[in-house]
Design a protein around this ligand. Structure first.
Ligand code: TYD
Length: 212
């Protein structure tokens, strides 16, 4: 039984997901919610192992459908081991990336097809869609500039894709935001973190009521 709230944060590289999730956690905790966050691909042991395989720079031969299936497998394990038990306990679960990453990256940008990738992910998530998805919309040039400016972040296999690929990912997200308009909200993430979080907060207030 799902008693908590399931929130996901999506966006291209360098959109600011990590900082937004930190602020969301702080804010929702201040409203009395037991709030937990995690990331995809990963979040638990088996999923972290799958993540290491997907993101390994040596795996240049990895084919698109293989990649999509591995993301879905990692998602399944994370869902049953961590997300569903947290929701059953009434927690707010914030996930850094979820199904929409697969739809935007593999479905649209890699050209596997949004509907095809949705189908394999339905098998993985069994209709557990987020209550609210915050898509942080940033110009791909700005996102890439931000990640390259950060010396502490290791560059992974997907970061090495071209600017054109990242532009396609953004296009994919914009298509999804229209198609799933009841669930996905698009937030302009080109500004500073205070401005971005102000918009995020409005959406949170609409979806989640204070507990205390
Ligand atoms: P990560 O280092 O977590 O990137 P970020 O900090 O931008 O979240 O690497 C995750 C990479 O995997 C990122 O490039 C997006 C990609 N990805 C997909 O292509 N499909 C997916 O389903 C997921 C969850 C991630």
């Amino acid at each position: 039984m799902r008693k908590g709230y399931f929130l996901t944060v999506e966006g291209c590289e360098g959109a600011g997901k990590t900082s937004v999730i930190e602020r969301m956690t702080e804010y929702l905790s201040s409203l009395g919610h037991d709030t937990i966050s995690s990331r995809e691909p990963g979040g638990i042991d088996i999923a972290e192992q799958i993540r290491a395989t997907i993101l390994d720079k040596r795996n240049t031969k990895m084919e698109g459908r293989t990649e999509a299936l591995l993301y879905a497998a990692s998602r399944r394990q994370h869902l049953v081991e961590k997300i569903l038990p947290s929701l059953a306990e009434g927690k707010v679960f914030i996930c850094d990336r979820f199904i929409d990453s697969s739809l935007a990256y593999q479905g649209y940008a890699r050209g596997l097809g949004i509907d095809e990738v949705l189908t394999i992910n339905q098998f993985a998530i069994d209709n557990v869609f987020p209550d609210l998805t915050i898509y942080l919309d940033v110009a791909p040039e700005e996102g890439l500039r931000r990640i390259h400016a950060r010396s502490d972040r290791e560059i992974n296999r997907l970061d090495l894709e071209s600017l054109a690929f990242h532009q396609k990912v953004r296009e994919g997200y914009l298509i999804l935001a229209e198609r799933f308009e009841d669930r996905i909200v698009s937030v302009d993430a080109n500004g500073n973190m205070d401005e971005v979080f102000e918009s995020v907060k409005e959406h949170l207030d609409r979806c989640i009521k204070p507990k205390n």
